[in-house]
Design a protein around this ligand. Sequence first.
Ligand code: ADP
Ligand code: MG
Length: 570
Amino acid sequence: RSESAPETLTDGFHLLIDALKLNGVETIYNVPGIPITDLGRYAQAQGLRVLSFRHEQHAGYAAAAAGFLTKKPGICMTVSAPGFLNGLTALAHATTNCWPMILISGSSEREIVDLQRGDYEEMDQLAIARPHAKAAYRILHAEDIGLGVARAIRAALTGRPGGVYLDVPGALLGQVMDAAEGQKSLIEVVDPNPKSVPAPEAIDRAVDVLKSAKKPLIIIGKGAAYAQCDDTVKELVETLGFPYLPMSMAKGLLPDTHPQCASAARSLVLAESDCVFLIGARLNWLLQHGQGKSWGEKGTKKFVQIDIEPTEMDSNQKIAAPLIGDIESCSKALLKAMGSDWKKPDESWTGKVREKVEGNVAKMAPRLKNNNSPMDYQGSLGVLKDLIAENPDVVLVNEGANALDQARSIIDIFKPRKRLDVGTWGIMGIGMGSAVAAAVETGNQVLAVEGDSAFGFCGMEIETICRYDLPVCIVIMNNNGIYRGDGTNWSGGEDPATTVFVKGSRYDKMMEAFGGVGVHVDNPDALREAVKAAFASRKPTLINAVIAEDAGRESGNIGNLNPSSVVAQA
Ligand code: ADP
Ligand code: MG
């Protein structure tokens, strides 16, 4: 506030910050620049936590992850045009994952943009954002800031959560209005996460279907983790007594070591079950759309599904009993309708699943104990599995191809929302942004298990991690390349199209350059000691973990999604 400005005036900067604060926003994931540089400064001056990143995409991924972790919209703030486009990737990612996020972007002056007169960073951002977001709004007048923020918050949270774009032209921020009028124009959104209660007949229908199942299965998705009704979901799963599969970010909602967890018998339960109950999980590509070889004989399954989004039903398979509502309301109503004498499925089914789980876990166990150097995925991840079991509050961030697929199946998670990964798109580059958000939002230690290629999409943010001195330990599974480090150039040259990186790259030295701890390890024992030290010190740490060049598979577990050339193979 300048000396000469009368106390009776406010402006766009302050109204926007007041509106966010009134609605419980505490943190902004930001990259400063024209026209939002001062907005970040004022926000900090008004008590918000403003974290500035090196690139908007990672500020955006942090906001998206914050939305998932907190059930409140994560806020990302970017500059116009290029900064906006960089942030938009993350906004689309949040929308795709059904996470609440608001991308606030500065933009250029409407009068110039709309006549395409060529402004500094000219772009019609609102039009571009709209198809990538759940909703998109622009605020033109200071007196509408309260309305704009309220609409953004409600759109991000209510129903199926998603990403919202809020366009803030530079001129808006400087607009002045009467301070008392300004305060009156702000809106505190009432009940932005309203209950959505299922119809009683829908509950009865679902109970009938679940009751008639002989070989039932539950699939728990990240919608259930997001819903933050952990005890209710646990009670429902345990009362039903069905085997369950957690999707990757639902791991830990019940501990992966739970006797009903069927992760290690995935093929068996998908193929043989006769009834599948989806709780906050979509039958998308991650579940092969509920069809094909892995799902057993066609037409042998009945589906029951809880989802807050009505149009999710029948999007891939016929849903015999749709439960449209929020997971907590649906689960409570089901429990009530099931009564106190619910009959659990026959031991012939649950026992068979359990036996398969125990057999597969026992088969894997010795491989996780190998001390090979250079390391393979089993030996290295076996170490991390032990350390997470000893430190179940650590938030695991995970991306890569093999580094992702192997870590997801090897590392057990014990508590809800302790795993953040590539999500519905299976994208690379979420690692460092997610790690920052996990550390900031939970205060817990973070362990980021990164493929060396995945790390390349976000690596510069280790400076951000060091600057804010966050308790993040990054383990780079370094096999010298995208997928593997032993690719060849099919024309015989030196430079394979599937990139082989500089051999023996020392990512640990990058960390040292920013004042963090860098460690270079090539065997599981050394990896264990390095991660233990990182957890004990809570210092920003990067461990360059040398993995054999030929470890891993092209595209990890999803190599089947690569089209193959008929001509070349003929
Ligand atoms: P996963 O990838 O783990 O299977 P998805 O992202 O595919 O999970 O599915 C999550 C689903 O959860 C989405 O269809 C979303 O609409 C739904 N969802 C999110 N929050 C809630 C909630 N509070 N209650 C009910 N459904 C929810
Ligand atoms: Mg690699």
